[in-house]
Design a protein around this ligand. Structure first.
Ligand code: NAD
Length: 487
């Protein structure tokens, strides 16, 4: 018996359409390498249609009362909430993240994102400037126009919804290019948006970065680019934006430090560093604390605690409730991660405390599964410690004094996040203030929270989108009006 493969469509001008060329991309599940759906392979023609639709919809949406826009976003949240389980299962199937440890939380977060931005839509306020008695001088925050947004596959729903809800709350029209590896859950959420939003306000095109992505970042009518993805592509987005002088928000890669002080040789810290490394997301997180600086005096005992806790986590089918760690998203990424592990194994100077190359037979060899891997005795200058592996590979780097560890932590072209583990508050704050990164966590390894000014320094990005202030900065233009009231 053959089962038919579901076909998903692009969403343009309030209707569901195939790519103009009727070209398709197969979506393969990393759980078992089966094709689970087909999605359109959109290109510049589809992007042009989507941008035209957004341009037609923009004036009406801009002039809709902000609280009315916000109410629509909140209605989307209410409709999405009962669908959390169904959509979470789709994410786990398409990108391999474990349902229990990741995907359910991701869709729950998405509901909150629509509620948050829905509730602050009318807080986009300007200022008045007291110049003198007969001059009224005030500023307005106006939507920019057509926003072009691009998201990756690692947290596809969270990242897409952040851009949809914040850009729309501020009154913009949006064209979103979903990631070719994980577009399905995003399109399911867009089906819910379709029930509430006017046609053309939100448009979603699926396609490859070099085709649909390039067409979107170079389209002359797009007035703002909001990109989440790798630093390499972020540079390309920024250079395309420079051609037309359009503002960009970039949420890019990271190679984030975790610093364990000698007083923190404890079990809860070991568990915290596992969470900071995002092992339950196979390390496929921009904020993963993948360089673990452990004070030399405690390296052996701390690594014992770390591996004892990490070894208990179960790698397996992302849809299985027992699974803690799912699959790597695709073959390309799987090969890349294995290449780094192989390189680490070849180096005589470091040791492998856990993991190694993935099994070549047995159930785990049917999908893209990689065991959590810990290299001990790595030097900060090695490729393993400098490049974003985006896999479950942790480098333990010993250190001796505080100035040295801060210098090593900052010795990277990234600056997204960092984690500090100690009981000594002075040390913690001193270190937090010395690290060149946008987000520092002390004694916790959690994920982003709405309302934070989350974003990167250095080559980890530009701009902030996770808060009301971020929404205002990222998705509005400031306009100043000066009136002489005496005439
Ligand atoms: P990627 O840069 O390869 O792709 C991201 C998106 O950009 C995809 O939709 C892709 O199709 C598109 N794209 C690729 N080439 C393009 C081009 N020339 N023009 C326009 N669009 C193009 O990244 P990825 O492998 O999908 O995602 C992993 C990366 O994303 C990691 O580096 C990770 O750190 C980063 N990331 C950052 C954050 C953050 O908040 N800072 C969050 C999630 C992921």
């Amino acid at each position: 018996m053959t089962t038919s493969i579901p076909e998903y469509l692009n969403y343009i001008d309030g209707t569901w359409v195939a790519a103009r060329d009727n070209a398709w991309i197969d979506v393969e599940s990393p759980r078992n390498r089966q094709i689970i759906a087909k999605v359109p392979r959109g290109d510049e023609k589809d992007i042009a249609d989507a941008v035209d639709a957004a341009g037609r919809a923009f004036p009406g949406w801009r002039d809709t009362a902000p609280r009315a826009r916000g109410r629509l976003l909140q209605q989307i949240a209410d409709k999405l909430e009962p669908e959390i389980e169904r959509i979470a299962r789709i994410i786990s199937d398409e990108n391999g993240n474990a349902l229990r440890t990741q995907s359910r939380g991701e869709v729950t977060f998405a509901v909150d994102v629509f509620r948050y931005f829905g509730s602050v839509a009318s807080e986009v306020k300007g200022e008045t400037i007291p110049l003198n008695a007969h001059v009224l001088d005030y500023s307005r925050r106006e939507p920019i126009g057509i926003v072009g947004a691009i998201v990756p596959w690692n947290a596809p729903v969270q990242l897409a919804v952040m851009k949809i809800a914040s850009a729309l709350a501020a009154g913009n029209a949006l064209v979103l290019k979903a990631a070719e590896d994980a577009p399905l859950a995003v399109l399911e959420i867009v089906k819910i948006c379709h029930e509430f939003l006017p046609a053309g306000v939100l448009n979603v095109v699926v396609g490859y970065g070099t085709e649909a992505g390039e067409a979107l970042i170079t389209h002359p009518a797009v007035r703002k680019l909001s990109f989440t993805g790798s630093t390499a592509v972020g540079k390309r987005v920024m250079s395309a934006a420079a051609e037309r002088i359009v503002p960009v928000s970039l949420e890019l890669g990271g190679k984030n430090p975790q610093i364990v002080f000698p007083d923190a040789d404890e079990d809860w810290v070991a568990q915290g560093t596992i969470s900071g490394m995002r092992f339950a997301r196979q390390g496929q997180s921009c904020t993963a604390g993948s360089r673990l600086f452990v004070h030399r005096s405690i390296v052996d005992s701390f690594v014992d605690k770390l591996t004892a806790n990490l070894g208990k986590l179960k790698v397996g089918d992302p849809l299985d409730e027992e699974t803690d760690i799912g699959a790597i998203v695709n073959k390309k990424q799987f090969d890349k991660v294995c290449g780094y592990i192989d390189e680490g194994l070849q180096r005589g100077e470091s040791t492998v405390a856990l993991g190694g190359l993935p099994p070549t037979e047995g159930p785990l060899s049917e999908g893209f599964y990689v065991q959590p891997t810990v290299f001990v005795g790595v030097e900060n200058s090695w490729r393993l410690a400098q490049e974003e592996i985006f896999g479950p590979v942790l480098c333990v780097i010993p250190w001796d004094d505080e100035d040295e560890v801060v210098r090593m932590a900052n010795d990277t072209h990234y600056g997204l996040s960092a984690f500090i583990w100690t009981h000594d508050i002075g040390r913690a704050l001193r270190t937090a203030h010395s690290i060149d990164a946008g987000w520092i966590q002390v004694n916790q390894g959690g994920g982003q929270v709405l309302g934070q000014s989350y974003g990167g320094w250095k080559q980890s990005g530009i701009g902030r989108e996770f808060s009301l202030e971020g929404m205002i900065e990222s998705f509005t233009e400031r306009k100043h009006v000066s009136i002489d009231t005496s005439r």
